[in-house]
Ligand binder design. Sequence first.
Ligand SMILES: [Mn+2]
Length: 386
Amino acid sequence: MIPPLIFRDVSRQRFLAEYWQRRAVVLRQALSPECLKLAPDELAGLACEPDIESRLICRTGDTEWSLQHGPFDETVFGTLPERGWTLLVQDVDKHLPDVAALLDAFDFIPDWRLDDIMISYAVDGGGVGPHIDHYDVFLIQAAGRRRWRLSDRAFTEEDLLEDCPLRVLRGFPVDEDWVLEPGDVLYLPPRVGHWGTALGECMTWSVGMRGPSDAELMAAWAAHLAQGERPHLGDSIKGPVENPTRLSRQDIANACSLMQGGVPQDDAAFRRWLGGYLTEPKPGFEIDPCERPTSAEQSAHWRTEGRWLYRHPWARFALLETDADTLTLCCQGEALDVDKALAPALAVLCRQRQLPIDRLPLPPNPDLLDALLAELVTRGWLQSDE
Ligand SMILES: [Mn+2]
């Protein structure tokens, strides 16, 4: 089992109150390097797989970088220079359950915010240059050392180098300069300029958090509404118009009030939709349901046998109360209503990525739990060890 992130100089409470989504901070020895085991060869192997997103970045001059996208032929790694390159592999948690297990260390953050674990390997001087991201990120030093320079400047798109295949900042006034050792973690809120450089060979794991923009939420909500029958904008003429090219004040007001009908209300339908939306998989990470459905009898059998359940590494859960009587478990863009009697069992089930079934509190009617687990396994959100 992966132990939770260890807060030493900065307590968890202080981290959440003062730093989270606000300021960068280095958390020394927050994870045991024992939890961060992945050999450079294994990472290179992933970068050769066709359905895994990877990049190879070389620093070719003071302000020059080259970028290649994977999948790579394994021979490419033998042709690289001794210094100044890095290999980055996205979504490693989706491909290696042992890596996904690390996400349990971040269980003080809602599951729906977890985007992926990207893992990078770099040789001395390697890095992706100074840049900003739009997500919160935990940069975990897994092996070797990396120097991180941070800047307090508020950068914009105008500060990016032109004619560079990467998003690299032109000027980078350094305000903080840190060297991270294995087990150290640098937390960065969105839009803080950062520049990591490998000091010798090193591996860094980045746990990225996501959150949609208001425009993304609105576009997705509108697309959801468009699946149903919607009222259309008409005109408001009472007789022949004097000037057919005129868009009247009344028409404009009508458009405004028509659109008010699409504004979401905090009701059961919106809650179900939001839970689904926030747990939607990235393209390519859709879970297929099992070909043979699991029966409640089967899951009852697993329960009495003391078998284990594993969350599919592509499944992110959001558990919410849709109304006074209903709990809804959202995953993979879907919403599943569940009897409230299962609340204690779901609370345990949603906390851990793997656990023995007999650790789940039994509801007064155990059939309810057996039926739920059968449904979750049939959907592929959970897997049994059978
Ligand atoms: Mn970054």
